[in-house]
Design a protein around this ligand. Structure first.
Ligand SMILES: Cc1cc2nc3c(=O)[nH]c(=O)nc-3n(C[C@H](O)[C@H](O)[C@H](O)COP(=O)(O)OP(=O)(O)OC[C@H]3O[C@@H](n4cnc5c(N)ncnc54)[C@H](O)[C@@H]3O)c2cc1C
Length: 434
């Protein structure tokens, strides 16, 4: 079978890797390098050219069961990160720090107020397990939080800043986001109740290291970097034409693993294109700069800091160990605190995770069912994450009859904060996490 994959983000790459085992696959990627949101940028600092990871950097073994199963399959090394989430109010005062990401350093940073906040948060998360387990995506954050008896202080100093920082949106927009998405994000950064503290892991050598390794398992001629797909014309239920800069090619199936707004520009089917245009999005900016935005004591505060005020949300993380005293990554939205003279800036377009998204996802599935066009990428699933992206790639590969041995393993999804439904691939168990 001949299959086209459009987009070499992690979702498209995983689909390409698995499908190319027994199908003829062509993966079109408009950029000159694979990885999509996860691709690094090379930044010049003095005479050195340093690759920086601007996008995804932290992964939780317990929640990211598919990703860690792939890491095991491909022998990708991971290590603990010092990633920490802390929050300050708009006047620049630190008010909260998440201990879940690095339990060993909880005690020195924990003060009485922080402890009360953590207790309240734990109570809140415990109550929300029900919401997550029924996969309620229709309830918005503002209506959900109104029904919880959390204190004003906790709401103002913890919940709003963290949520708005994660989504890179002002407080008032956060209220419209689906409650289950907000809670899933919080479960990433904060202690996961059923499993105790989670140690966040990063890929040894940066996220890019695993993308590069994954590409080694994909036949050379399969990846067409720098080749933009311009159109996807459905000729029949088993024939689809991909138009690109050098002509057009026929395929039995096409997997569109580009973001919905890019996919909408490709698809000739008017109904599908209209649905894809209905996915709401927003933009945020990532900046690489010298020195932290806030002067924090490194013995107490980690280099990862979320700063949020009424309308700002910024995330700074240590970008590269080599420059640990001075290079930071900041997630910047509108607001007064911004890095001066950043070394580099890149704007990302994200899915705005409002309840409407679930309706759109269902429509895409219904409209494309039985046809030769399939969709993959984090946007097709719950929360925009690496796990959602790779999982979509695994699932589309299964649907299209990949016989890759990876698909005969079982991946366990043990806790309620998992993305998507539990998946069973086969009979042989693999332990995804220890
Ligand atoms: C700043 C940032 C930080 C993040 N941090 C984390 C984190 O710490 N942990 C985590 O789990 N997740 C994180 N995420 C989310 C995670 O990066 C994404 O969910 C995931 O990388 C998305 O992968 P994808 O395959 O769905 O799509 P994408 O990465 O969006 O890839 C789509 C690809 O399609 C290509 N494309 C589009 N149109 C065409 C066309 N017409 N022809 C050819 N190619 C095309 C694009 O160039 C792109 O390469 C972060 C995201 C961002 C932006």
């Amino acid at each position: 079978m001949r299959v086209a994959v459009i987009g070499a983000g992690v979702g498209g790459l995983v689909a390409t890797w698995l499908l190319s085992h027994n199908h003829e696959v062509v993966c079109f990627e408009g950029e000159n390098c694979a990885g999509g949101n996860a691709r690094p940028e090379v930044i010049r600092i003095g005479s050195s050219a340093v690759p920086f990871q601007l996008g995804p950097t932290y992964f939780l073994p317990k929640n990211y069961s598919t990703l860690f199963a792939i890491f095991r399959e491909l022998d990708i090394a991971t290590e603990r990160t010092s990633m920490r989430l802390s929050v300050v109010t708009e006047d620049g005062q630190p008010s909260f720090i998440s201990p879940g990401l690095h339990p060993l350093r909880v005690s020195p940073i924990m003060n009485r107020k922080g402890l009360e906040n953590i207790n309240e948060l734990n109570t809140l998360l415990r109550r929300t397990a029900a919401l997550l387990s029924v996969r309620d995506t229709a309830t918005t954050w503002s209506s959900f939080i109104r029904e919880q008896s959390v204190s004003e202080e906790f709401l103002r100093s913890v919940i709003l800043p963290i949520g708005s920082a994660f989504f890179g949106v002002p407080y008032e927009k956060l209220g419209g986001i689906s409650a289950s998405s907000v809670l899933l994000y919080m479960a990433l950064a904060l202690p996961s109740l059923k499993n105790g503290f989670q140690i966040v892991r990063g890929v040894t050598g940066g996220t890019d290291a695993w993308i590069r390794k994954l590409c080694k398992f994909i036949p050379n001629e399969t990846l067409r970097l720098g080749q933009i797909a311009r159109g996807v014309n459905i000729a029949s239920s088993s024939r689809v034409i991909v138009v690109h800069d050098e002509g057009e090619e026929a395929f039995d199936h096409v997997v569109v693993a580009a973001q919905p707004w890019s996919a909408a520009e490709l698809i000739s089917d008017k109904n599908l294109a209209t649905i894809l245009r209905g996915f709401p999005s927003f933009e945020s900016e990532i900046a690489i700069h010298m020195g932290p935005l806030l002067e924090l004591d490194p013995n107490v505060w980690s280099p990862s800091t979320v700063i949020a005020g009424e309308d700002i949300a910024q995330l700074t993380t240590l970008a590269n160990n080599e420059f640990k005293d001075g290079i930071y990554r900041s997630w910047v939205t509108d607001g007064p605190i911004r890095p001066t003279n950043p070394l580099y800036k890149r704007t990302y377009r994200h899915l705005l995770q409002v309840p409407q998204v679930t309706i759109q996802q269902r429509k895409v599935r219904e409209e494309s069912r039985g046809g030769p066009v399939h969709f993959a990428g984090a946007w097709t699933r719950d929360v925009d994450s690496h796990e959602a992206a790779v999982r979509s790639g695994v699932e589309v590969a299964r649907q299209l009859g990949s016989t890759h041995p990876f698909l005969s393993r079982t991946i366990k999804t043990p806790n309620p904060y998992n993305f998507g439904d539990p998946i069973e691939y086969g009979t042989k168990n693999i332990e995804c996490h220890r």
